[in-house]
Design a binder for this molecule. Structure first.
Ligand code: FAD
Length: 343
C-alpha cells in the first residue's frame, strides 16, 4: 500500500517518517517550493533568516528523543538566547530555564531530515480529491489527488492531511464519490473543523546600519502592535554581515493590517523597536512575509478530530494539539500510527 500525505511541514514530515520506518511508501505533496511549511527561513547570503517559527522547545519524552537525534546529526542546535520582556513601558531581562532549539543551517533542516529519501511533490497544490470505496467495480479503490494543473495522483490506500483547518474544510468539500457510509463521516469531519483556530501574523526582518546597543537576543513584547523581536544573528550558524532583527506583529495588529504594504509595516516595526530600545535605528534593508494561518487563537477551542476508518483519512497539524512545532510533530506521528493500526 502507499499513503498520501498533504503538507510537507513538521506534521507531514513526522507522519511520512513514521510510515517509512514501518516499511510503508509515502508520497508527500506541498504547494510550496521547499519543505518546511511554517518552519521557514529565507536565504540571506551565506546564512538564513527565520520568518516563521523562531525556535522550538521539547517537553514530551518522545520529542526529546527525536531532538537528541537531530542534535547528533547537527540539523538542530541549541539557541542560548538572552531573553527580555517588554511590559508596562519597561524592558527587563526575563531569565527562564527553557532550552530553545533552532534548525541548522535553516529552520527547515529537521523537516528535511525527516523527509530524507521520501518523494516530495513540490509546487503541487492539491485542489481536489476523489475517494472510491472498496466495492467500486470499475476503478481501483482509494484516494485520488488532483493538483492545480489537474494532474492526478493515486490511488492511495490512506490519506493524511496536515493542512490548516480552513484549507482542509475547502478541500474536503471537493471530495467526489465517497458513497455511503463514508459520506456521513466526511460531512461530520467538515463540521468539526474550526476555521478560526489559527490567526494571522506579519513578519518583518530588518537589516540595521549599525548594531543595536542591547544585550537582548529576543524580546517577548506584551503590549503595543508587536509580539516578538529577535536578533537573527544571535542564533548559532546564522552569522550575518549586519545586525538583523525579526519582528512579529501581534495577531490583532496583523489582522488589522492584513492588506498593508511592506513599507508601512517596516516603518511601524522600526518605530516599535525604537520605542522599546530607546534608540534611533537606520534600516538598510527589509523583508516582509504574511502568514495567514500562523499561531493558535486562544479564544477558539478545536475539538479532537477522530481518524475516519470509513474514509481511511487521518488529520494532523499543530492546531489539533494547541500549536507549536512539538505538537505538529506529535500530531504527525499519531496520525501515521492511526493509519498503521487500520490497514
Ligand atoms: P505547516 O507547517 O503549516 O504545514 C502545512 C503545509 O501544508 C505547508 O507546508 C503548506 O504549504 C502545505 N499546504 C497547504 N495547503 C496545501 C495544498 N492545498 N496542497 C499542498 N500543500 C498544501 N512554533 C514554535 O514551537 N515556536 C515558535 O516560536 C513559533 N513561532 C511561530 C511564528 C510564526 C510567525 C508562525 C507562522 C508559526 C510559529 N510557530 C512556532 C508555529 C510552528 O511554526 C507550527 O506549529 C509548525 O511549524 C506547524 O507545522 P504543521 O506541519 O502542522 O503545519
Amino acid at each position: 500500500m502507499t499513503v498520501a500525505v498533504i503538507g510537507a511541514g513538521m506534521a507531514g514530515a513526522a507522519a511520512a517518517s513514521t510510515l517509512n520506518m514501518a516499511g510503508i511508501p509515502v508520497d508527500v505533496f506541498d504547494k510550496g517550493r521547499s519543505p518546511g511549511g511554517r518552519m521557514s527561513s529565507k536565504r540571506n547570503g551565506q546564512s538564513y533568516l527565520d520568518l516563521g517559527a523562531q525556535y522550538f522547545t521539547a517537553r514530551s519524552t518522545a520529542f526529546v528523543q527525536q531532538v537528541e537525534q537531530w542534535l547528533a546529526a547537527d540539523v538542530v542546535r541549541r539557541w542560548p538566547a538572552d531573553c527580555y520582556r517588554y511590559e508596562l513601558g519597561r524592558l527587563a531581562e526575563s531569565v527562564d530555564q527553557t532550552t530553545r532549539y533552532i534548525g541548522c543551517p535553516s529552520m527547515q533542516a529537521p523537516v528535511k531530515a525527516l523527509l530524507d529519501n521520501n518523494p516530495v511533490h513540490l509546487d503541487c497544490r492539491i485542489s481536489r480529491l476523489r475517494y472510491l470505496q472498496e466495492d467500486s467495480t470499475t476503478e481501483a479503490a482509494g484516494w485520488y489527488l488532483f493538483d492545480q494543473h489537474n494532474n492526478s495522483f493515486g490511488p492511495y490506500q490512506a490519506l493524511i492531511s496536515t493542512l490548516p483547518p480552513v484549507q482542509l474544510q475547502t478541500l474536503l468539500a471537493t471530495v467526489s464519490q465517497p458513497g455511503e457510509p463514508a459520506y456521513g463521516e466526511l460531512h461530520s469531519l467538515i463540521t468539526q473543523l474550526q476555521p478560526r483556530v489559527l490567526l494571522p501574523c506579519w513578519a518583518v526582518n530588518m537589516q540595521l546600519a549599525a548594531p543595536l546597543q542591547t544585550r537582548a537576543d529576543a524580546v517577548f513584547v506584551k503590549e503595543g502592535n508587536i509580539s516578538w523581536l529577535a536578533r537573527q544573528n544571535s542564533k548559532p550558524g546564522r552569522a550575518t554581515t549586519s545586525d538583523n532583527w525579526l519582528v512579529h506583529f501581534s495577531p490583532q495588529c496583523s489582522a488589522l493590517l492584513l492588506q498593508a504594504e511592506p513599507a508601512q509595516l517596516t516603518a511601524l516595526a522600526k518605530a516599535e523597536m525604537e520605542l522599546i530600545f530607546q534608540q534611533t535605528i537606520t534600516v538598510t534593508g527589509a523583508l516582509t512575509h504574511r502568514w495567514l494561518y500562523a499561531q493558535i487563537n486562544p479564544a477558539v477551542t478545536q475539538v479532537k478530530v477522530d481518524y475516519s476508518s470509513g474514509l481511511k483519512l487521518a488529520i494532523a497539524g499543530d492546531w489539533l494539539l494547541g500549536g507549536r512545532v512539538e505538537n505538529a510533530w506529535l500530531s504527525g506521528v499519531a496520525a501515521a500510527k492511526e493509519v498503521l493500526a487500520d490497514v
